[in-house]
Design a protein around this ligand. Sequence first.
Ligand code: HEC
Length: 331
Amino acid sequence: MNSERVKRPSKAASKSARKARFYEGVVAVLDAHAPCGCILTVLFLVLACSPSDTPRTVAESAGARASRLGAPTPPPPPGSLDLTSLSHRGALGTLPLVRISAPHEPISNGPARFEGYPVESVLQLLVSKEQIADPKTRLRFHLADGRTRTVDADALRDGGGILAVRDLDAPRGRQWRAHPRGQFEMTPGPFYLVWETRSGDERHPWIAQVERISMETVSAMDSPAFPRHAPTAEPGFHLFAKHCLACHSINLSGGRLGPELNVPLSVMETMPRAVLRTYIRSPRAVRATATMPDFISLTDDELDDLVEYLHAMRLAKVCATQIDCARFRGQ
Ligand code: HEC
């Protein structure tokens, strides 16, 4: 029955697209669809864009390789939870084991039943209740192939997620069903973040092949784009983080779709203020071929705040010459 379900062509294009995205784990793209109203999301995007984050190639992690070869796995860094070693040591056995049936599981594209640990109880081994509730806490799921995905900790708090350790419809003697993936087959273990009622919105993604979870706190103030020296520019920073940082970097921190706006020369030094305001509202009023979206809906006050922020940041450059900036980027 299961193989039948797997082989049947997918019912709707959207479903197969979702499935393909799931397989490919295009982390940055998925996260780019997250609600942009939240600065933390945008800041995460910045993290997601940084080269150290998620290698897009499907490479086996050093840990996975080492443990497969029987070599000792290096101890996980502090603030992280190595699920595979916890389960070897039986530490997870102290947690409640529950069963769920999910009407729609994205890999098989159908109903599925799992056994596992409520993700909330697993996380309490890693994070305090207060940290889980803190909107600044993010959990990074480290996958067997070396990629990572992040999830807001508070989304896991009451979402009913389960870290599954077994597919209840797996063939006898197996923990997981094998699913076709290109020419190969994949199994979603060793741990699979699943949801009983959610079919996988951005805040509640299904995440297969989890080996380790680590916690990170995203603080706006840690960013080189934050106007530490100019508190009056903070409202503008928050607007910039909400609307612009996904595409533009300030002090080389931010997105790369659009140009860096602060170093070595700030836009405040290259564009007259009035032109800058026009550019932000309607880029094609300045450059006929500009691809940046319009921001017509920004109010005059918001535009003032944005410009004040950009103006303030020109006094807090991380580098001020081409050579310095190249060196800074090379770090
Ligand atoms: C979807 C990506 C995207 C977003 C969001 C975005 N921009 Fe841009 N921006 C670009 C791109 C790409 C360019 C390069 C020129 C072009 O194609 O428009 C650009 C160019 C600019 C320039 C001209 C830079 C120069 O030196 O010529 C300024 C100023 C600018 N953006 C400011 C902003 C501000 C402020 C925001 C937020 C309100 C913002 N942008 C949001 C993509 C974006």
